[in-house]
Design a protein around this ligand. Sequence first.
Ligand code: AMP
Ligand code: GLY
Length: 423
Amino acid sequence: MRILVLGSGAREHAILLALRSEQTDHVLFAAPGNAGIARDATVVALEPDDPAAVTEFANAERIDLVVIGPEAPLIAGVADTLRDHGIPVFGPSKAAAALEGSKAFAKRIMDAAGVPTGRAVRAHTLDEAAGAIDEFGAPHVVKADGLAAGKGVIVTNDRAAALAHAAAYLPGGPVLVEEFLAGPEVSLFFLSDGDFVLPLSPAQDFKRLGDGDLGPNTGGMGAYSPLPWLTERFGGEDAFVDLVTREVAQPVIRQLDAEGTPFIGLLYAGLILTEQGVKVIEFNARFGDPETQVVLPRLVDPLSELLLAAASGHLEELPRPAFADAVAVTVVVASEGYPAAPIVGRAVTGLDAAASVSGVHIAHAATAERNGELIATGGRVLSVVGLGTTFAEARDRVYRAVDEIALEGSQHRTDIAAGVIER
Ligand code: AMP
Ligand code: GLY
């Protein structure tokens, strides 16, 4: 297949590595890609958010499938234009992608579909926000409605800070005040063809910058998959996945279809396992980063067939994707100053030594080549992935590899998947 992947992060590199690992002769393109992606695909200078440019390229290169990594091209309507031109695309329309971009839209769809989620109030004034903050009590959760790249959410015990957050976002439109949901967080991905869903294997993401879940929220500092502790609670991973498929993913996809906004692509369910059951805290309309880096290396079935079946409405004909028993742990190496003000342009070395550790590979998140040297070009620079038969082994491998990497001032967490009890 001739496949174009849009995006430039470790998620896109993980998608390309999974396609590359299939024993077929795919021709892979990436736009805009990064220095690591350039080793596994032909990188093209193409504006990924420009529907006409992407469509023109796909036609000229006879692309069989376009896979959209990040949210921005979805919001720009790239999937809509490709679909209008009959080009198979894995990624929802602009209207369906509002499931991620508009928390109010997501809440309405969940209500209509009967999907369990926390209570929420859409506040248009500071008085309304204060009323809801007091009604729900601490910890307080206040969210901007719309794109804020993870920065739009505050979870705090400080009422004044919650109010200040609401006040900061209110000029831009209503804010969402939510009931705090207590419990472990799980990311579960579903492939959707607009009508039918197939689940992937669950993962857990570490969103805070520092060890012990301290410090600011980030795009994600690490992840692991599978989640052996689901067995104790649900009798097994499959039972958990079945439950979420039945009660969350399938109803949401059916509701979107019924409303004339079919969702074709990756439905990312962000879940909290509360004492009262599994509840949704958010949906994303794309693969998660860094969860993708630990889910896809465990996928046994060819990714290209799954994505193409979703893009062309044939998912129901496929069996549920199978996953290896191997466990995967990824640790993100980030630039100094991330997430507030990452320092970019510094040299990154030691990747060959890192990648030579048994069971380790590296997905590039933000790298470029300058005068033959690899440099960091963003906040999250690398996603180092370790595979193993146990978490102890995968962790040992990934951290040995991280220790080989040199980037002045870099940051990483040392507790990714620490304390996971083996099956
Ligand atoms: P979001 O942007 O909605 O994904 O929120 C970012 C993070 O804030 C989530 O991954 C959770 O860790 C936390 N969070 C968001 N909403 C809630 C909630 N209602 N209860 C508890 N934690 C939440
Ligand atoms: N890992 C969180 C996200 O991709 O949104």
